[in-house]
Design a protein around this ligand. Structure first.
Ligand SMILES: *Cc1c(COP(=O)(O)O)cnc(C)c1O
Length: 377
């Protein structure tokens, strides 16, 4: 059994994907071919924003957003402690200071109360100027944007939605990647909408920011590629990846999103009496980048993972270490927070296999194996 069976997805979509890939090979426009523009239009429409600018990967998408806003030395950016490293790495790479905020124990997303505490603390200390809140849609569930937006408005901060795992999610029919002043996503193969390599995108309603992002992704181009008006990067989405994504976006919209939600429902229905299953708040919709259960302690989690492995069922620990405890951030000059909820989650979370092409037999085997594993403890 695969944790996320991408080959099975390819077998289902093979005919269309092969045609799309060969067409790119034949036409020869490998960089910025017509598929890239077409994909950007489709993605913007799907998300419900004015502009989509694709780029090389989800980490670059965060970097481009921070560059567009001119975030750098002396600035504080608030980042959830429980996330993939890139959410905080992009901040440090631009020379700004990531301030780690604890998360909610039910949703695993940034905790608005701790967020406001940290903003106040940063203002009081006066060492760094609060500029941006990065909210991550962890495991596919949108962060609490209605409350985050109120906090951002109160302190005049920008919201950057890291939707690398959240693409396809929603809050009351408003789709993920539309909640930030700029939002980003990743098309890394294992993300909800993945390509066959690296890819990413930024989303915004702001005309000027979209234009700036387009410039930054091509060496800070002005009116054309060899007119360079600012220091940028080289971060474009390959035409080949765009062609693949055009096929995959259709399947994602037509059936895959519904399929993962069906599987999550089954998991939750049959496991919720036995352990802590993921909580999706009223009005929220997840794209289930991960289905993550919580055990009681680290020993129980590690033991269950081992028992699942014995039965041939892969599982993953996303994530074993909070940002504040990462070696790379050991010498951070900003305030250091302990983030107890995030630290606890690192010990007790376990992500089960999740992808739209799982069979009923596989789902039942996983549920029974988890139940058996728990019973023996
Ligand atoms: C995967 C991921 C990224 C980075 O995306 P890449 O395409 O791998 O660079 C950023 N943030 C989060 C939350 C992610 O899960």
């Amino acid at each position: 059994m695969q944790f996320r069976d991408l080959k099975r997805q390819y077998e289902v979509l093979q005919k269309d994907i092969d045609v799309a890939m060969l067409e790119v090979a034949r036409t020869g426009t490998y960089i910025m071919g017509s598929q890239v523009k077409k994909l950007e239009e489709r993605l913007a429409k799907f998300v419900g924003v004015k502009h989509c600018v694709t780029c090389g990967n989800g980490t670059d998408a965060l970097t481009l957003a921070l560059k567009v806003w001119g975030i750098g030395r002396g600035d504080a950016v608030f980042v959830p402690d429980f996330t993939f490293f890139a959410s905080a790495e992009a901040v440090a790479l631009e020379g700004a200071v990531p301030v780690f905020v604890d998360v909610d124990k039910d949703t695993c997303n940034i905790d608005p109360v701790d967020l406001e505490n940290n903003i106040e603390k940063t203002i009081k200390e006066g060492k760094y100027i609060p500029k941006v809140i990065i909210a991550v849609d962890l495991f596919g569930l949108p962060a609490n944007y209605p409350v985050i937006r109120k906090i951002a408005d109160k302190y005049s901060l920008l919201v950057l939605e890291d939707g690398a795992q959240g693409f396809g999610g929603a809050i009351n029919d408003k789709r993920a990647c539309s909640f930030g002043d700029i939002s980003t996503t990743s098309f890394f193969p294992a993300k909800p909408l993945g390509c066959y390599g690296d890819g990413g995108a930024i989303f915004t309603d702001n005309d000027e920011w979209a234009k700036l992002a387009d410039s930054y992704r091509v060496h800070g181009k002005g009116t054309f590629k060899y007119d360079n008006v600012r220091i940028g990067v080289n971060s474009r989405l390959d035409t080949l990846q765009a062609a693949i994504l055009l096929v995959k976006l259709k399947a994602f919209e037509e059936k895959e999103l519904a399929a993962v939600n069906n599987i999550a429902e089954k998991y939750t229905r049959l496991l919720k009496e036995k352990l802590k299953t993921p909580i999706v708040p009223e009005g929220f919709y997840s794209s289930w980048a991960q289905y993550t259960i919580q055990l009681e302690n680290k020993a129980q989690r590690d033991s269950l993972q081992f028992k699942l492995k014995e039965r041939g069922i892969p599982s993953m620990v996303y994530y074993p270490t909070g940002m504040h405890a990462q070696t790379a951030f050991a010498n951070l000059t900003g305030q250091q927070n302990e983030c107890p909820v995030a630290s606890h989650l690192c010990d007790v979370v376990l992500s089960l296999p999740m992808h739209p092409y799982m069979t009923d037999d596989e789902i039942i085997l996983i549920i029974n194996s988890v139940a058996d594993g728990i019973k023996e403890m």
